[in-house]
Design a protein. Structure first.
Length: 376
């Protein structure tokens, strides 16, 4: 282990091909400069590829920064320009451990990424094609128009790869600058775009996180990351609802799925959307109480996971968002007590409803109980 660095690691190994890994890299010394912290993360990233998981390649790298406007250019010079082909996501969501940068890496073996341009990479394996996209943005007038531009841009990328938003997009992340002011425009735009693409309450939406996140340019009010897959047959994509604990999102005017799982041969992969302390009527639970909100959030996520035949033991990474940095110590202790071995990061990122003090998302994988489809 390198000095001033902490690494959290989860792996899914298979007798077949394409094992996958989640890695969280954190600094441990907030007194270092940004340049020093990034240099440590870069060296740890390179050591991980060379020694820990030789032969694995990054698919998605998401950097969480404390001050994007003053850090993105340094990050690019020190690390980004020399990275292997992957979808690179950069968002201002300060790590609440006091450091300036943290990194989540999603990696696979036995793949050959192909750069598609427009922030996208793709790889094909056993009849499936996986497309990961990061950093879609627009400089248009407001958050609504920017979101429309972003989705139209993404729809064009999908079309160039013989995919559609409705049939192939599995997961999106929307990072909204000044979420309290700009989230309504994002929601309105997404609803409008989805209606034109056959995504309705009577068909399905897309698993998603919509969360506060800053960007280097003040003109960029919204950025989006996304994952899509082609080659899937009917029955391989399944949406999660947990109706005993959560209500359909369209009941309060938004359009996303609570979660989704996808069966690929010997493995089942799950994506849980941003989930907070809410009941099945759409009410905020335990207003003002960070401990009880955290426990209710866990209960909601656990119920969604169970619907996919998962438990928290199958989760490879967690991203936790807090509105109030004063809640960090409490939440850190709660997560370290319950999930000491699960890679996670706790960030300053306001949730889209002011009463929600905390939100989390996660991604996991396990052996597919059905095993009816070709390998990943």
């Amino acid at each position: 282990m390198r000095k001033n660095i902490s690494v959290e690691f989860a792996e899914f190994l298979t007798e077949l091909e394409a094992p996958e890994y989640h890695i969280m890299i954190h600094g441990t010394n907030p007194c270092l400069t940004f340049e020093e912290q990034v240099a440590n993360i870069k060296q740890t990233f390179e050591d991980t590829i060379r020694y820990v998981v030789p032969g694995a390649v990054p698919v998605l790298c998401r950097f969480f920064l404390s001050d994007a406007a003053n850090q993105v250019q340094q990050l690019r010079t020190i690390m980004l320009d020399g990275m292997p082909p992957c979808a690179i996501s950069v968002v201002q969501q300060p790590p609440l451990d006091g450091t300036k940068v943290a990194l989540w890496i999603y990696m696979l073996k036995d793949i050959k990424p192909e750069c598609l341009g427009n922030g996208s990479i793709a790889f094909s394996h056993n009849g499936y094609r996986h497309i990961w996209t990061a950093g879609l943005h627009s400089h248009n007038a407001d958050s609504k128009q920017q979101t429309i531009d972003i989705f139209n841009n993404y729809i064009d990328t999908l079309a160039a790869n013989r995919c559609t938003l409705e049939a192939n997009c599995i997961r999106t992340w929307l990072f909204v600058q000044d979420v309290d002011a700009n989230y309504h425009g994002v929601v309105t735009a997404r609803n409008d775009v989805f209606a034109t693409q056959g995504l309705t309450k009577d068909t399905h939406f897309i698993a998603s996180t919509g969360i506060g996140g800053g960007h280097a340019s003040p003109r960029e009010l919204v950025k989006m990351d996304a994952y899509a897959a082609s080659g899937l047959k009917q029955g391989q994509i399944n949406f999660l609802y947990a109706p005993t604990h959560l209500n359909p999102t369209y009941e309060y005017g938004v359009s996303f799925e609570r979660g989704v799982y996808v069966d690929y041969g010997e493995r089942r992969q799950v994506f849980i959307s941003g989930t907070a302390s809410i009941d099945n009527k759409g009410n905020i639970m335990h207003a003002g109480d960070i401990r009880r909100q955290t426990h209710r959030m866990w209960e909601n996520v656990e119920t969604l996971l169970a619907e996919a035949d998962f438990t928290f033991n199958d989760v490879g990474q967690m991203i936790v968002y807090l509105r109030d940095p004063a809640d960090y110590a409490v939440v850190r202790n709660l997560f370290e007590e319950r999930f000491p071995n699960t890679p996670h990061v706790i960030l300053l990122a306001p949730v889209c409803r002011q009463g929600w003090l905390i939100e989390m998302e996660c991604m996991g994988v396990k052996f597919n109980p059905n095993q009816n489809f070709a390998d990943f």
